[in-house]
Design a protein around this ligand. Structure first.
Ligand SMILES: C[S@@+](CC[C@H](N)C(=O)[O-])C[C@H]1O[C@@H](n2cnc3c(N)ncnc32)[C@H](O)[C@@H]1O
Length: 523
């Protein structure tokens, strides 16, 4: 009997059971969980079956209740086009009519459209590396390896990099702290955006969703074609998932030809390149992808990493690619090992805000990404830049003045005011293999409880700011952001390290959080 290509993934029973769960949540006005269950139902529903239409129709009901009328209408259309039972169409027609009426009189909430009007480079962009300020330069030294300096004075609040990750995965592994298994039903696998959970499912597997046809096609061509048949194995494979994603993306860059990939990497084996050696403004996407691959391949790597799990366990069960393993075992093991060695100190957990309404909301871990420019920034326990995630992009925000010629420092683990020197140094040595002698370590800066205040008046402003920030709206947060940055800039020279500078730094981060947090959340 021929095997239906959906058999191993789609399930009429699970599609129905999860839709029923969603209906219970809907009745209780628990709209976030209702959408989550309807999305799971969509993923399990057999394409072209009634279950697909029903899940879209139920999603349209949630959007209608949430007054998201354009989304409700779009889901009604999807329900009509995907097997919604004809006998019940009048329900959808009525809902569509009411949506149309509402749309005439009101504006739809439009997600987080304008975040990047605020979060953008404060300096001219590098013409070849457009996600980095042109005033930043790459240097090398015996002590630091590669590092980044500025050739202009940088002010507190400047944004000097807005870097997208070319290689990134959604994380759905609840063994990771604050990571939800349901992320796969909350975000697009290609761009990691939630699109208010208005997602479309993969037609074959039951674990992958996309925010648009465009992302579906890109994901399919870049990696999902390879991943789809073994998706559940990959999702459970820990950090190996990221290494295999990189491998599959690399394979796609060479139209699936492992020989072409192997030759390309052999030619570049001894290359010591960085993002600064390539042109990321090129319109040739294929070339840009290869440049990202080499930038990742040439990042600092640690020899200590061994392969706990083998790519063999993943590839040997691949219905299309088991032959690949047999013929190119050595190359694949070498490639995957190198990616894991690089990843050891260069992969970053991507944090994002959930659109579920919580009392105390904190960013959640939504994925893992590689940022080959920001990976060139070295560590200090008293950093002068801070990393912030906006969607999947990593932002470098200046949080202490940096004079022309000085190095940029990020904090890899904990700052001087949160952990004593000996403990910090031990962690850095174990995880990043260097002895830290940053300004905070050399001078043994005190932890927060023992930090002095230089100016009681400023400390009071900072403390008051911290208390009132949670109540601020976006416009106020943007205004306060500028004010707090200016105070740090003005007083830093006399007052660092001090409790008021630390609290003001926290205030500017909190202002940014208010700006980037989702404006629309579901109960
Ligand atoms: C993410 S990489 C940073 C870029 C790296 N310097 C390079 O050449 O590619 C992390 C590695 O840089 C080095 N590193 C980072 N901060 C350092 C510091 N403050 N002092 C000495 N080495 C440092 C360590 O070898 C660490 O494992």
């Amino acid at each position: 009997m021929p095997v239906n290509k959906h058999d191993s993934f789609k399930s009429v029973e699970i599609a129905e059971a999860t839709r029923t769960d969603g209906n219970k949540c809907y009745v209780e006005k628990n709209f976030f969980d209702a959408l989550l269950k309807y999305n799971e139902s969509l993923c399990y529903a057999v394409p072209d079956s009634e279950a697909v239409g029903l899940a879209y129709a139920n999603r349209s009901a949630v959007y209608y209740e949430m007054k998201l009328y354009a989304k409700s209408l779009k889901n009604i259309e999807l329900a009509r086009a995907n097997g919604y039972p004809k006998k019940n169409l009048s329900i959808l027609d009525k809902r569509a009519e009411k949506c149309q009426q509402q749309l005439v009189t009101r504006n739809e909430v439009n997600g987080d459209e304008n975040i990047f009007d605020f979060i953008k480079l404060s300096h001219e962009a590098n013409p070849k590396v457009p996600f980095v300020a042109n005033c930043l330069e790459l240097k090398r030294s015996e002590k630091y390896g590669r590092f980044i300096i500025t050739n202009e004075d940088l002010k507190v609040g400047d944004i000097v990099a807005v870097e997208p990750p070319h290689f990134k995965i959604i994380k759905t592994d609840s063994r990771y702290e604050s990571c939800e298994e349901t992320n796969r039903y909350q975000r697009c696998v290609f761009c990691l955006k939630d699109n208010l959970m208005d997602l479309i499912p993969c037609e074959i597997c039951s674990s992958t969703m996309f925010c648009s046809e465009e992302c579906l096609i890109k994901a399919q061509n870049d990696f999902h074609f390879f991943e789809c048949p073994i998706i559940d194995l990959l999702l459970k494979s820990g950090i190996m998932q990221m290494a295999m994603r990189t491998f599959f993306q690399a394979l796609s860059m060479f139209d699936g030809s492992i020989d072409a990939l192997e030759n390309f990497l052999k030619k570049n084996e001894n290359l010591s390149a960085s993002v600064y050696d390539f042109n990321f403004n090129d319109t040739d996407d294929r070339l840009t992808a290869k440049n990202y691959l080499l930038s990742l391949y040439c990042l600092a790597r640690s020899d200590n990493v061994c392969l706990n799990d083998s790519p063999e366990n993943i590839l040997k069960v691949h219905p299309l690619k088991s032959g690949l393993w047999k013929s190119h075992e050595d190359f694949i093991v070498k490639f995957v090992r190198r990616i894991l060695q690089v990843g050891d100190s260069n992969f970053h957990g991507i944090c994002g805000w959930s659109i579920k309404k919580y009392e105390n909301q904190f960013p959640q871990m939504i994925g893992i990404g590689c940022y080959p420019f920001i990976s060139l920034v070295n560590h200090s326990c008293a950093p002068n830049v801070n990393r912030i995630y906006v969607e999947d992009k990593m932002i470098l925000l200046v949080e202490r003045p940096i004079a022309k010629g000085e190095q940029l420092y990020d904090c890899y683990k904990t700052t001087f005011y949160t952990q004593p020197r000996r403990e910090r140094q031990e962690v850095l040595l174990n995880e990043y293999y260097f002895s830290c002698d940053c300004i905070a370590c050399s001078n043994d800066f005190p932890i927060f409880q023992r930090l002095k205040s230089f100016d009681k008046k400023i400390y009071k402003i900072a403390k008051k700011g911290k208390d009132e920030l949670s109540k601020l709206d976006v416009d106020h947060a943007k205004k306060r952001f500028k004010e707090y940055c200016d105070i740090i800039q003005k007083h830093h020279k006399q007052a660092f390290p001090s409790s008021e500078i630390v609290v003001l730094q926290e205030c500017i981060l909190q202002c940014v959080s208010i700006v980037i947090k989702p404006k629309f959340v579901f109960p």
